[in-house]
Design a protein around this ligand. Structure first.
Ligand code: GNR
Ligand code: NI
Length: 173
C-alpha cells in the first residue's frame, strides 16, 4: 500500500479525460488499495484516479463516519438521475475552498467492482453527490467549473501562488 500525491488545481493534468479499464488485474487492485489509503489519510470521502495522475476510469468513495462503507467503481456509468440537491462541496485537488454545487439527489449507476463483477447500484444524498463529483474528475472536470468565472479565477490565482511558495520552500530546504 502507498499514499499517493494528489494533484492540485490549476494543474493541467487534472483536465485529462480518463480511459476505460480493460481488465481488473492485480495492478488495478493495487491502485484501488492506494486510492483508499490516500483518501482515508487525506481525509476525504472520495477520490478519483485522475487526482493521483492515473488516467483510468476508477474512483473510490466512503461517506461513512467510520470507514465502514468503502466503494470502488470501475468504468462507472450513470443510468438514471432524479431530483436536485445542493451541497457545500470541497475537493482534495482544490484545498481550502468550499462552495455550493447543485447535483442530482438520486442516481442509478452501473460499474465493475474490485472483483471484476458487473454491479448496478442506487445512491442518494452525500454518496450520490460524491460519485457525481468523482465521475466529473474522470472527465477532467472540477467543482470550480460550476462557479462563476470570477470565483474560479480568484481560487486559481490563490492556489497557484501557494504552490509557487511551496516549491520555493522546497528549494530553500
Ligand atoms: O472529501 C471530499 N468531500 C466532498 C464533500 C462534498 C462533495 C464532494 C466531496 S469529494 C471530496 C474528496 C475529493 O476531492 N474527491 O474528488
Ligand atoms: Ni474532488
Amino acid at each position: 500500500m502507498a499514499k499517493l500525491t494528489i494533484l492540485e488545481f490549476p494543474d493541467p493534468r487534472l483536465r485529462t479525460r480518463a480511459s476505460p479499464v480493460e481488465t481488473v488485474d492485480d495492478g488495478l487492485k493495487s491502485l484501488i488499495d492506494d486510492l483508499f489509503e490516500t483518501m482515508y489519510e487525506a481525509p476525504g470521502i472520495g477520490l478519483a484516479a485522475t487526482q493521483v495522475n492515473v488516467h483510468k476510469r476508477v474512483l473510490v468513495a466512503d461517506v461513512s463516519a467510520d470507514k465502514s462503507e468503502p466503494y470502488a467503481l470501475i468504468n462507472p456509468v450513470i443510468l438514471e438521475k432524479d431530483g436536485v440537491t445542493t451541497t457545500e462541496e470541497g475537493c482534495l485537488s482544490v484545498p481550502g475552498y468550499y462552495e455550493e454545487v447543485e447535483r442530482a439527489e438520486h442516481i442509478r449507476v452501473k460499474f465493475i467492482d474490485r472483483l471484476g463483477d458487473d454491479v448496478e447500484m442506487e445512491a442518494e444524498g452525500l454518496l450520490a453527490v460524491c460519485i457525481q463529483h468523482e465521475m466529473d474528475h474522470l472527465e477532467g472536470k472540477l467543482f470550480v467549473d460550476y462557479l462563476s468565472e470570477a470565483k474560479r479565477s480568484r481560487i486559481r490565482k490563490k492556489l497557484a501562488k501557494e504552490q509557487r511558495y511551496r516549491s520555493a520552500d522546497a528549494v530553500a530546504l
